[in-house]
Design a protein around this ligand. Sequence first.
Ligand code: PHE
Ligand code: FE
Length: 292
Amino acid sequence: MDMTLEQAEFLKTLAEKSDSGSLRGDYSAADAQYVVPQDWHTYTPDQHALWRKLYQRQVQLLPGRACDLFIDSLAGLDAAGGIPQFDRTSEALSRATGWRLVAVPGLVPDHVFFEHLANRRFPVTVWLREPREFDYIVEPDVFHDFFGHVPLLFNPVFANHLQEYGKGGLKALRLGGLQFLARLYWYTVEFGLIESPQGLRAYGAGILSSGGEIGYCLNSPVPRRIPFNAERVMRTLYKIDSYQDTYFVIRDFDQLFEDTAPDFSPIYARLQTLAALPADSLLAGERNLQAT
Ligand code: PHE
Ligand code: FE
């Protein structure tokens, strides 16, 4: 799921404007960690059929666009036939990297989200979008959370990185660095690109679960594609209601892990004093990588 401060506030604003005045999920059964039972047997045949349609559309877009790690892990997940049972996936995942999935009603507060990640638990929303939301959905649903996020959790380096991100999130809450860390998550875990010997590939869940952005991010001449730099990313604003103006490109997952390992306290202190960069900036000396 996407839990970033800016997005959560956006959604809260949306919720206030909406008829119900609340987020979409049913939070009544949530425990203190916002965990709910998945109640897998309550999904309807129509919902499983919608999942299959989403899956089939998306899986045929992956070759040549998603990174190999994502494609290979997804194939091993056996999730083509319908909405998966989280407990089954958790068994395989815990054997691979020690992570497991927990079911949640939707967005959860920042500290709850970070606490899950820091303990190798990935929160996955239980509800599925409606058919009319096939192409676009505002709040993350089970398709985004599962299809987009779960495959890379099978990779040990990425799995370790996400746990460190969770710990870093708890620290950022103490240091007033949340908005900076939220941008890092957005431009990596959600919308990150990665180099490969065959050219650029996507690894971000927001891209990989989107029917449109997966082509746009690689092929369109419009957006910038800039080599990843953690501090630069943390300074950069992002779009939540359109395709991204800028994508940041990592060499490999080791780079993501290593470049985010240093203590961010001095970076947060520095960024507090600097104006944020617009989402479409290209700084002097920055390389803008070619569309493929
Ligand atoms: N190194 C960061 C810090 O000291 C924590 C972090 C790790 C943040 C990994 C993001 C990803 O705050
Ligand atoms: Fe997400």
